[in-house]
Design a protein around this ligand. Structure first.
Ligand SMILES: Cc1ncc(COP(=O)(O)O)c(C=O)c1O
Length: 386
């Protein structure tokens, strides 16, 4: 018997660093600040709502685009926050998390040979998603040091073959946030083009120091060409539920749903029903920035007493640190040492660049209980140098 071999669709993809570091963290009893997920529970009211939805018989296929009550609630939320009115019937789709939403948007609009601009460092699914669509990845670095968008470089990267650009703010991994002025500059650049925008806004409710999230949906010119992607997993501490949304003009949504229909078709019903009810109260997501800002501050103050240099964290639940004063080894080697010798797992920033750009910066996740953060800080305070 023989299993046929075939050319891989994604030959460069192997085991991700997240899996590697999590396994290493477990093996060495390290505090895992590598992978980005909370180590605390969600609001029990949300669990009760899911249970109630199941008991009430919401256990069969929902409509393809999502439970209408949830699409209504999402449209109401977007209008209240960003002043844009999306039609829940034709412009909002419920997805199996942001990852599926982004892949589906790319498969819906990218033809073989089309170029898609990604700003590096970036979330690891973008590149493989573009490759699966047969698109050409055009990588534009964010400015080293500040991770600010380099609009001149973006402008140079635009070509007649550019189909889309992917923007992610608040940004994983750098924890920077685009301002409304940044969105204006992007709009000016895209104005003479037919380039679509895939706006990955999964951390929209984690923005600090009084800054406001500049959603593409709040910018009419950008919204007219944008798939705006959100994730309930990030917002309600339920990353394992894999449920998100895409808001896009009807013409874009029509194409999006053609792919969605033959990809996941629908997303689990009871979670949708529960979220529709839960969204009636805006407080849980309105208070999220303050909730995470306290964790960021606690963690940042602790880091100040270590030899790591914290970079600004303006949004997301990530904190990057510069270790150049401690060591000049590469980022991956430093992360392995930090995990095995110090007992704290982190993620090298270089893995968010296709070319593995090295800056002596690693990413830590502070979506953790206070005792977890204290435990990590105690260990990090012991770093002498290597
Ligand atoms: C920038 C970014 N986009 C998308 C996702 C995926 O979100 P989801 O879990 O809803 O698929 C993540 C998760 O880490 C992320 O950091």
């Amino acid at each position: 018997m023989r299993t046929p071999s075939f050319p891989s669709r994604l030959p460069a993809v192997g085991t991700t660093i997240f899996t590697v570091m999590s396994a290493l963290a477990q093996e060495h009893g390290a505090v895992n600040l590598g992978q980005g997920f909370p180590d605390f529970e969600c609001d029990p009211a949300l669990l009760d709502a899911v249970n109630a939805a199941m008991r009430a018989g919401h256990n069969q296929y929902p409509p393809m685009a999502g439970v209408p009550a949830l699409r209504d609630a999402v449209a109401t939320k977007i209008e209240a926050l960003y002043g844009a009115r999306y039609d829940p019937g034709s412009e909002i789709t419920i997805t199996a998390g942001a990852t599926q939403a982004i892949l589906t948007a790319i498969l819906a609009c990218v033809h073989p040979g089309d170029e898609v601009i990604v700003l590096e460092p970036c979330y690891d699914s973008y590149g493989p998603n573009i490759e699966l669509a047969g698109g050409v990845i055009v990588r534009v670095p964010l400015t080293p040091g500040t991770f600010r968008p380099d609009f001149d470089a973006i402008s140079r990267a635009l070509s007649p073959r550019t189909r889309a650009i992917i923007v992610n703010s608040p940004h994983n991994p750098s924890a920077t946030v685009w301002s409304a002025a940044d969105m204006d500059r992007l709009a000016v650049l895209l104005r003479p083009t037919d380039v679509l925008l895939i706006s990955d806004e999964v951390y929209e409710h984690m923005v600090y120091d009084g800054q406001r999230h500049a959603s593409a949906s709040a910018h009419p010119e950008l919204a007219a060409r944008a798939f705006v992607v959100s994730s309930f997993g990030k917002t309600f501490h339920v990353t394992g539920w894999k449920i998100g949304t895409v808001a896009a003009p009807a013409a874009l949504t029509t194409e999006f749903r053609k792919v969605h229909q033959f990809n996941v078709f629908t997303v689990n019903t009871p979670m949708q029903v529960a979220l529709a009810t839960y969204l009636a109260d805006p407080q849980p997501y309105l208070q999220l920035s303050a909730f995470y800002q306290r964790k960021r501050d606690l963690f940042g103050q602790g880091l100040a007493a270590t030899r790591l240099r914290p970079l600004p964290s303006q949004g997301t639940y990530f904190q990057c640190v510069d270790y150049a004063s401690i060591s000049d080894v590469g980022e991956e080697e430093f992360c392995r040492w930090l995990t095995t010798e110090i007992g704290v797992a982190a993620i090298p920033l270089s893995v968010f660049y296709a070319g593995g750009f090295e800056q002596r910066i690693v990413r830590l996740c502070f979506a953790k209980r206070e005792d977890t953060l204290h435990r990590a800080l105690e260990r990090l305070a012991k770093i002498q140098g290597r």
